[in-house]
Structure formats: C-alpha cells, structure tokens
Ligand binder design. Structure first.
Ligand code: NAP
Length: 343
C-alpha cells in the first residue's frame, strides 16, 4: 500500500480573544502515512474514531511564555485531546489489533503511539457509542463524578446551583445531585438547554441570558453547594446567596477564558461571614482514586438509560476550529465531539 494523506489539526496562530475558526486551528493534509509499513518501534498504529472538543483547550492555545497549570500547545504541531481509536497494527504484546484505546492523542486521522502511559483499553461490554467515552463516560463525566464524591458532602434536602447545566459536566452533576435528594437550580444559555435541564431533573432551570440569576437565587436559594463553571458575576451572586457553611466547587471559569482571565471577586467577605468552603477541582487529581469505580459504574448506567446525555456531533477533523468556537460561545447543545471514522 502506498502512503496516504494523514489529516491533522495544527495549532496555527494564538488567538487574542475568541479563536478564529479559520486561522487558530487549521486542518492540514501535507503529511502522509503508510498504514502497512510505517515503523512502529515497539508501539501501536491507531485509527482515530472520535475526538472530544473541550473548553479547556482554549487555555492551551497561547504563547509558551504565558505560564499556566498546563502546557501551551506547540505552534505548527497538532493539538491533542481525549479520543477513542482502534488499533490497526501493534508491536506491543499488551495491545491487539482491533482493540479500542482511550487517551490524550494528537488530533490526526492516524497516529503511532510509542508510549502507552495513561492509555486505557476500552472493552465497551455495555455497547454504548464510542463517542460517549470522550464525554459522559470520559473526562467531563469524570469531572462531575470525581468532584461529587470528593467535595460535595451532599445532604438530602440541600440546594445546589449548577452553571452550564446542559453541558456534559453540568448535566452529570444535576443527575448526581437528584440521586442524592437535593433541590437543583440550574442555568444555561438557551430555551432548549433549559428544557433539557428540566427533563433530567432540575427543579428550577433558567436561561441566564433572559432571566436574572440574582432574582432566581433570591427566590429559590439560599444555596448549600455552588458548582461553578463560569466564575465572574455569577460567582459573585452565588456568594451573596450562599447559605452558612456552603461549599463552592470551582470547576471552570469560562467567562474569563477569552478575555484574559481576570475576574475580580467583589463579595469575598461572604466566605468569612458565612464560613464558606471554596474548593478547586481538577479532574486529573482523582484518576487513581476513583477511575475504576467510574468505569465500573457509569457506562452501565448510560446503557440502561439511567443517565441522560446529549451530544453535539460534527464529522471530520476539518470541523475542529469551528467546533471549539461553538463550545466557547455556547452554540453547542450537548457534548461537542468530532466523529473521524465510524469503525
Ligand atoms: N476542573 C476540571 O478538571 C474541569 C474538567 C472539565 C471541564 N471543566 C470546566 O467545566 C466547565 C463545563 O465544561 P463542559 O465540558 O461541560 O462544557 P460545555 O458545557 O459543553 O461547554 C461550555 C459551555 O459554557 C457556556 N458558556 C460559554 N461562555 C459562557 C459565558 N461567557 N458565560 C456563561 N456560560 C458560558 C456555554 O453554555 P451556555 O449556553 O449555558 O452558556 C457552553 O456551552 C467548563 O468551564 C470547563 O472548563 C473543568
């Protein structure tokens, strides 16, 4: 077989504010790969089936001089993200042709993996869609599941406020909170997202663009848990409407992702006066502790229809640049994924 073009998503230009769908990430087919003869050097050759597109990618699209908790992507190189791929060739005794692997892979149609650290084989006995393993049964689902176990300290009858409640993390949190008997207030940015949040159990679901978060929290609060995905003004309002001893779980600050990240907090005094706990959550801290429990529990619950979940699906790596902008602007209705191949 002769070499074929291997489409990849390259970090082309660091954005100043929102990424530009045409110039920040570009789809490139200049590299070729020979699927039969390219050397594996003890590794595996995989074909990508699905990639996740997540809000945190925005933070890695920066110049390396700007320091952060994660590395900047290298200009001119493919970006990486969570993916499920099928093994086409293997020189690793632990991995067989036809098996499926999940990991943090370069956005390319095909790639050779030499180091399998952090790569997980997915058997998918439950028969759910492979894409689910990058969303509700992948990193975003884990974020909700791990954070809930580690930090929520939920008690039946308490009230939680969840932002971006229609996304993969928020919708999982809503469902976990309902299972534990909490009253759930949830916000999102469109009427269809509001309907979805009601369908999965939110007691109070509202569109923060058309209704006042302040009024909603005044009427339905105070809140015992604030699950924060947005930061900014909403965080300030949650501080005002917090109950004594409330837990603030800081998971995302998306209102600042495209504006330099500076978000002054005005109502910090409530932390002292109400004895609040503010806890940062990073999903990567809990893989060893809760990873097996997650995989033993969540795919089965998805297969049985006990956990509801939406996907916002695009096809082909050409869609990556636009899809990232959709996620950062809230135009995704459900977990953003790119299907690269069906099998
Ligand atoms: N700490 C961790 O380990 C970790 C891991 C995974 C995710 N996260 C964070 O968790 C949050 C949710 O992630 P996800 O994967 O579930 O994302 P998602 O909900 O699929 O997508 C992000 C959503 O944020 C909302 N949004 C965008 N700009 C906004 C703004 N200016 N103000 C308010 N909302 C805005 C949009 O929904 P609306 O239509 O509702 O506005 C958009 O759909 C993100 O902040 C992400 O960075 C953190």
């Amino acid at each position: 077989m002769s070499p074929i073009p291997n489409g990849r998503v390259i970090f082309n230009e660091a954005p100043v504010a929102y990424p530009d769908p045409r110039t920040t990430l570009v789809y490139d087919t200049s590299e070729t790969i020979d699927l039969e003869t390219s050397p594996l050097n003890g590794g595996i050759l995989v074909k990508s089936l699905v990639f996740s597109i997540d809000p945190y990618l925005r933070g890695r699209l920066r110049s390396p001089e700007t320091k952060s908790y994660n590395e900047a992507f290298a200009l001119g190189q493919p970006i990486r993200n969570f993916s499920v791929a099928v093994v086409l060739r293997s020189e690793n005794a632990n991995v067989k042709v036809g098996e499926h692997v999940y990991g943090h892979f370069p956005l390319a149609e095909y790639h050779i993996l030499k180091d399998l650290t952090g790569v997980r084989k997915i058997e998918n006995k439950e028969g759910i869609a492979w894409s689910h393993y990058t969303g509700i049964a992948g990193m975003p689902g884990k974020t909700a599941y791990y954070g809930w176990k580690a930090y929520a300290k939920a008690k039946k009858g308490e009230t939680i406020f969840v932002t971006t409640g229609a996304g993969p993390v928020g919708s999982m949190v809503i469902q976990l909170a309902k299972l534990d008997g909490l009253k759930v207030i949830a916000s999102a940015g469109s009427s269809e997202k509001v309907q979805f949040m009601k369908d999965i159990g939110a007691d109070v679901a509202f569109n923060y663009k058309t209704e006042s978060t302040d009024e909603i929290l005044k009427k339905h609060g105070p809140i015992d848990i604030y699950w924060d995905h947005v930061g900014g003004e909403v965080l300030d309002l949650a501080l005002i409407h917090a109950a004594k001893f409330a837990r603030f779980i800081e998971v995302g600050l998306i209102t600042g992702y495209n504006s330099g990240g500076i978000q002054p907090v005005k109502n910090f005094g409530n932390v002292l006066s109400k004895s609040l706990t503010i806890q940062g959550l990073y999903v990567g801290n809990f893989e060893e502790q809760y990873g097996e429990a997650f995989y033993n529990d969540i795919p089965g619950r998805i297969a049985r229809g006990e956990i509801k979940y939406l996907e916002y699906v695009k096809h082909g790596l050409q869609s990556a640049g636009q899809l990232l902008v959709d996620v950062l602007k809230g135009d995704n209705f459900g977990k953003a994924v790119i299907i690269v191949a069906d099998k």
